[in-house]
Design a protein around this ligand. Structure first.
Ligand code: URA
Length: 239
């Protein structure tokens, strides 16, 4: 007899999503066990015997966990499938990794840089949930100059739509050819947050690149390439 686990744990083990998000998938009626729709929480399944599917596709338990970093180029979406058929970050890694892996959080289509990918749903949860306060650092290229008063506003918090950003670290690192380069560190991760912070202050972001997540740095990984995280990097991220 195989190991018996709760359905949401099985879904997280498959890498499809975190345990908590799996509960939502069940609630939404997207999960079947042995062909039967399951919407109640807490049901148990037997590994190796029961067949669990999400949106009609059977979930398989990965034998091995993958933790990788990709230097995402502009022009790729960080979802597994795109409704407009644009290239996805999964396209950049799938020829080398023959198991389903998923982006950890998102980078916008027009943002480049460090994107983590994994088939470990609980790892994704720890990196992306705001309660863990994982810092993400970006270099923003801004058209024109940036007023010092606005640097203070970035550092103190800015009201965007219905929320106020937490204090950020922000430094001007260069000003050249009509652009200002600002290194900014946030630990939230609302949709397009960095762009919106600058746009709210009246600036135009001409490029945005993520250079680190927690202690893990993009370094000189070429654009469009990926590498495995070291066990030291994985441990640092898991804190
Ligand atoms: N903030 C943004 O505006 N875009 C990203 O891709 C990430 C953070």
């Amino acid at each position: 007899m195989g190991e018996i686990v709760r359905l949401q744990k099985y879904i997280a083990m498959s890498g499809a999503d975190s345990r908590r998000a799996a509960e939502k998938l069940i609630e939404e009626g997207r999960v079947n066990v042995n062909g039967k729709l399951i919407q109640e929480q807490g049901i148990k399944v037997e590994i190796g015997k029961d067949k669990v599917s999400l949106d009609g596709e059977e979930l398989h338990l990965a034998k091995k966990n993958y933790y990788i970093m990709l230097n995402k180029p502009v022009g790729y979406v960080s979802t597994v499938n795109d409704q407009f058929d644009r290239p996805t970050v999964v396209d950049l890694v799938k020829k080398d990794i023959n198991t389903r892996i998923f982006p950890v959080g998102r980078l916008d289509y027009d943002t480049e840089g460090l994107l983590l990918m994994t088939n470990d749903g609980d790892f994704t949860y720890k990196i992306t949930h705001p309660k863990y306060h994982v810092e993400k650092t970006y270099i923003a290229e801004i058209k024109g100059g940036v007023a010092i008063a606005d640097m203070y506003k970035l550092r103190n918090g800015i009201k965007i739509e219905d929320y106020t950003t937490s204090p950020a670290k922000a430094e001007i690192i260069d000003a050249i050819d009509g652009h200002t380069y600002i290194q900014i560190t946030i630990h939230e991760g609302k949709n397009r947050q960095v762009r919106k912070m600058f746009e709210t202050l009246g600036y135009t972001v001409t490029a945005l690149k993520r250079i680190s997540i927690g202690e893990v740095k993009l370094g000189n990984l070429p654009l469009g390439r990926w590498r495995h995280l070291t066990s030291h990097e994985i441990n640092c991220l898991l804190g």
